[in-house]
Design a protein around this ligand. Structure first.
Ligand SMILES: [Zn+2]
Length: 136
């Protein structure tokens, strides 16, 4: 048992190992497997092995810098998507009390009290003053 562990540890020495991108690739693989249970397509079955193979290739790769760069790009993309989703959820939750408008100068999204009519808004970031009309 200990010998087996030692051999695995020696094999993984200098290799990249699992990371968040690897976990995401496994999730994609599992989603495609579940999808294939309903659709029953050989294309999906073969397509499912692409993320699985790429995931294992990355885990056993010795090009650590390349794998770390791939993971960083994935994390930037994932965090951007998460931020967009949370913004959409919050806008929906606050649809009766707030409105969101972009500053015409710096494009910062401002969260405004929902008051019907035209008002003057001062951007807290770039201090530009502009008119906002909220109709309903
Ligand atoms: Zn601004």
């Amino acid at each position: 048992m200990n010998n087996w562990r030692y051999k695995l540890s020696a094999f993984m020495q200098g290799r990249y190992g699992p990371d968040p991108l690897y976990k995401a690739l496994l999730v994609v693989y599992l989603v495609l497997l579940v999808l294939n249970m309903f659709v029953r397509s050989p294309i999906i079955m073969y397509l499912a092995f692409v993320p699985l193979a790429f995931g294992f290739y990355r885990v056993f790769s010795k090009q650590l810098a390349k794998r770390a760069a791939e993971n960083r790009r994935y994390l930037v993309l994932r965090d951007g998507v998460r931020k967009k989703v949370m913004q959409t959820v919050n806008r929906f939750k606050e649809r009766n009390t707030h409105r969101y408008r972009a500053c015409p100068n710096c494009r910062t999204t401002l969260r405004l009290q929902k008051k019907i009519g035209t008002m003057t808004v001062n951007c807290p970031k770039c201090h530009t003053t502009f008119q906002v009309t909220i109709k309903r």
